[in-house]
Design a protein around this ligand. Structure first.
Ligand SMILES: C[S@@+](CC[C@H](N)C(=O)[O-])C[C@H]1O[C@@H](n2cnc3c(N)ncnc32)[C@H](O)[C@@H]1O
Length: 212
């Protein structure tokens, strides 16, 4: 089975050591990582018992994979992972998971949230992570794939750009003038209701001023 682009772009960001995939579902990402020798071991986790059974079946018999049942980062040991991915969930849930057990967050975090990416960027800003890469993929929706590395000091990605616009639309995507960001914002401009208190519309218009 071919992997969706959002997961392919995620796969390119994982560490070569032990990788954790939270909310793995069918374990498509772990299977791809191991089949392409992109990392040594994957620990895949699921909160749902039925999805856990599906993942167990998908990774059955592999010595380089483990599937564990549990909420968020709970199934991992502290210091066990070199990187973690959280894909296909909402940004609020991803933020909640990362905040719940800070001691278990590894040095590399890759997220592909379906919405509310500003909450994940905001988490990184206040929790010692820099946004080292932002990618976009076209699928059922337009997805943002964010790579964070633990780092000291101010994140240079935010230099010379409005903090608010950067949190909502991505500092690197804005600076790169990513074509998928431009088309996505133009599409949103077409349906957001015109109203002086429509903050989303204001941000979309301000971002397009930078991009066009
Ligand atoms: C939409 S699926 C995404 C599956 C896969 N990661 C992908 O991107 O294709 C979201 C999965 O996250 C799991 N999930 C939701 N909340 C979770 C949590 N707090 N901890 C672990 N898994 C969770 C769900 O059971 C579901 O299987």
């Amino acid at each position: 089975m071919s992997l969706e682009e959002r997961l392919l772009l995620t796969a390119g960001e994982v560490s070569t050591g032990c990788h954790g995939d939270v909310g793995t579902d069918h374990a498509l990402l772990p299977l791809y990582l191991l089949n392409h020798r992109l990392c040594e071991k994957v620990v895949a986790t699921e909160k749902s018992e039925s999805a856990y059974r599906v993942a167990k079946q998908a990774l059955w018999g592999r010595r380089d994979a483990e599937v564990r049942l549990g909420d968020g980062l709970t199934p991992f040991e502290e210091g066990e992972l070199q990187s973690v991915s959280l894909c296909g969930m909402g940004g609020s849930l991803v933020e909640e998971i990362l905040l719940a057990e800070p001691g278990k967050v590894p040095d590399i975090v890759i997220t592909q949230a379906n919405r509310d990416n500003f909450k994940i960027r905001r988490w990184a800003r206040s929790n010692g992570f820099h946004l080292v890469k932002e990618q976009m993929a076209q699928g059922h929706w337009v997805y943002e794939i964010l790579t964070f590395h633990r780092a000291e000091g101010e994140d240079p990605a935010y230099d010379g750009i409005s903090e608010e616009l950067a949190l909502f639309h991505g500092p690197r995507l804005l600076k790169e003038k990513h074509p998928l960001l431009i088309s996505d914002l133009e599409r949103r401009l077409g349906y957001l209701p015109e109203h002086p208190r429509n903050e989303e519309l204001r941000r979309v218009k301000e971002a397009l001023k930078i991009l066009l």
